[in-house]
Design a protein around this ligand. Structure first.
Ligand code: ADP
Ligand code: MG
Length: 290
């Protein structure tokens, strides 16, 4: 191997806004078979908006939005921002015993009432019945929205549907990657029905959904054990272990510092076409060395 041409490849990548940590990373990027994408903030804009609020058990809209937004004050999740913005309240009350449950949601007590806000698995874990809202959950998810449930005093009082549109270049960039022969996988903590709806729109081959943050690296390891050479493309703190486990970790520009520190490749452009550039440059560089 001539290190000179690798150095030239790293330089060429930089011209395209692709920062490659070392020669090894460029080499590994030339032999990948599978690309695993985080959903939120990588395939999607990562700027979710509330699109629907359904009420149950005699709840009223003001109370529900006040409870939900108060809970989300303590969360840094993108869904939290969407709920607080939608509630648009001038002041929010303090929550007692606030807790974040990673990959599931948040909980706490307001005015003496125990509250839970998160996905159906969170409600199942806390033994709150969701049978009465199953149909609405499936309907929202099938349309590509993420449904989160609010329970107050042990009863479901609201379903909040949140939508995070695909990045404008996702469909075309994934098409280019398909043409180059990669298997495309989506890895997400979101529910399977929503994930499948978004994957179909984006042109993803395979969905791994409902994965808790600590399970993302395991999912990458499983693909590797099946003989795949895997790149993980992600932006979040949650993605760091998976970025480290992958043969090549690729961090989206504008993502969390932890993701960027962990990844072998960082995209300075917040554009999935930079993934295509990075992989094309690595293949061209390694081809020239043979
Ligand atoms: P992702 O892989 O999409 O980043 P996460 O693991 O962060 O997913 O979250 C998975 C799911 O957990 C979300 O889709 C949501 O249903 C639920 N969840 C997590 N945090 C919150 C929160 N602060 N408020 C409401 N729901 C949440
Ligand atoms: Mg993300």
């Amino acid at each position: 191997a001539t290190p000179m041409s690798i150095i030239a490849g790293v330089g060429r990548a930089a011209e395209f806004g692709v920062l490659v940590r070392d020669a090894d990373a460029l080499q590994r990027a030339s032999t990948l078979s599978t690309l695993v994408f985080d959903k939120t903030g990588t395939l999607t804009e990562g700027a979710p908006r509330v699109v629907d609020v359904l009420l149950f058990n005699g709840a009223d809209m003001h109370t529900v939005l006040r409870q939900a937004a108060a809970l989300e004050q303590g969360s840094s999740h993108p869904l939290a921002r969407a709920i607080i913005e939608h509630a648009a309240l001038p002041a929010l009350p303090e929550i007692d015993q606030f807790r974040t449950i990673p990959g599931l949601g948040v909980s706490g007590i307001l005015d003496g009432i125990p509250l839970l806000l998160g996905n159906p698995p969170l409600m199942a874990q806390q033994q709150i019945a969701t049978g009465a809202v199953t149909q609405q959950l499936e309907q929202q998810a099938a349309s590509g929205a993420t449904p989160v449930l609010l329970s107050a005093g042990g009863k479901i009082v609201a379903l909040i549907a949140i939508r995070d549109p695909l990045r404008k270049e996702s469909i075309s960039a994934l098409q280019r990657l398909h043409k180059r022969g990669y298997q495309l996988v989506m890895l997400t903590g979101d529910n399977e029905i929503t994930a499948n709806a978004i994957a179909r729109e984006a042109g993803i081959d395979r969905v791994i959904a409902g994965v808790l943050p600590e399970g993302k690296a395991d999912a990458i390891r499983t693909l590797q054990q099946q003989g795949q050479q895997v790149a993980m493309i992600g932006d979040g703190i949650n993605d760091a272990p998976a970025l480290a486990q992958a043969d090549v970790g690729i961090a989206m520009g504008g993502g969390s510092d932890v993701a960027i520190e962990t990844a072998a490749i960082t995209l300075m452009r917040q554009d999935l076409n930079a993934v295509v550039d990075a992989l094309a440059i690595s293949q061209a560089t390694l081809r020239n060395m043979k």
